[in-house]
Design a binder for this molecule. Structure first.
Ligand code: AMP
Length: 211
């Protein structure tokens, strides 16, 4: 099963992605996570990507593609792509890569959440600098990572200017991809407002109906 999950920042792609891959036994390939790991490890690619990421801009296509190619090759029969593609060039590059490997995308999950809900969620997001696990602040809590106890931070790209920039890029560049994949009959639209279990159940039902 080869899936893509599309949606704006803060829609819950990472959280729902984790649950989908666990249930289906496929690999979770998140370009945001791969890039953040490269930044943490201080690799040459990470050094080049960091400034773009902190500002909430897209990292140049070729840097992301290099990172992605190896992961897809490793898991070519079963993966969920999260955070890729983000524009028409990336969608084209993905199509070429999959054709080369002899495969295609089975379904595209579009996780839909209004901007005002996203802005509220993102401004309350605090992340573990060590493992990357995200948390949502309520009344100033939590202050440390629930997985490893590291004090949480606010990612630079979760600050107001960067949030606005990322949403603008989503609407201008990424959202048109939903129509592109819709034209191929691949899109499953999911209402992403609600608690984690409700949204997970909606995805599960739609994927089963689609199978
Ligand atoms: P995410 O966690 O998916 O929101 O990604 C965090 C940041 O990584 C984004 O704001 C971009 O700077 C960068 N990034 C992740 N995926 C891509 C991609 N497919 N193309 C370009 N930049 C990306």
């Amino acid at each position: 099963m080869r899936l893509i999950i599309l949606g704006p920042q803060g829609a819950g792609k990472g959280t729902q992605g984790d649950r989908i891959v666990r249930r289906l036994g496929i690999a979770h390939v998140s370009t945001g996570d791969l890039l953040r790991a490269a930044v943490r490890e201080g690799t040459p690619l990470g050094e080049r990507a960091k400034g773009y990421m902190d500002r909430g801009e897209l990292v140049p296509d070729e840097l992301v593609l290099d990172l992605l190619r190896d992961r897809i090759r490793e898991h070519k029969s079963g993966f969920l792509l999260d955070g890729y593609p983000r524009n028409a060039e990336q969608a084209k590059a993905l199509e070429e890569m999959l054709t080369e490997m002899g495969g295609e995308v089975d379904a595209v999950i579009s996780l839909e959440v209004p901007d005002e809900v996203l802005i509220d969620r993102l401004s309350r997001r605090r992340t573990c600098p060590k493992c990357g696990h995200p948390h949502t602040l309520r009344n100033g809590e939590p202050t440390v990572c629930e997985r490893d106890g590291t004090p949480l931070i606010q990612r630079d790209d979760d600050k107001p200017d960067a949030i606005a920039r990322r949403l603008k890029i989503f609407h201008e560049q990424t959202k048109p991809l939903i129509d592109f994949y819709d034209g191929q009959g691949l899109v499953l639209r999911i209402d992403g407002v609600g608690n984690m279990e409700e949204v997970e159940e909606r995805i599960r039902r739609l994927l089963e109906d689609d199978a």
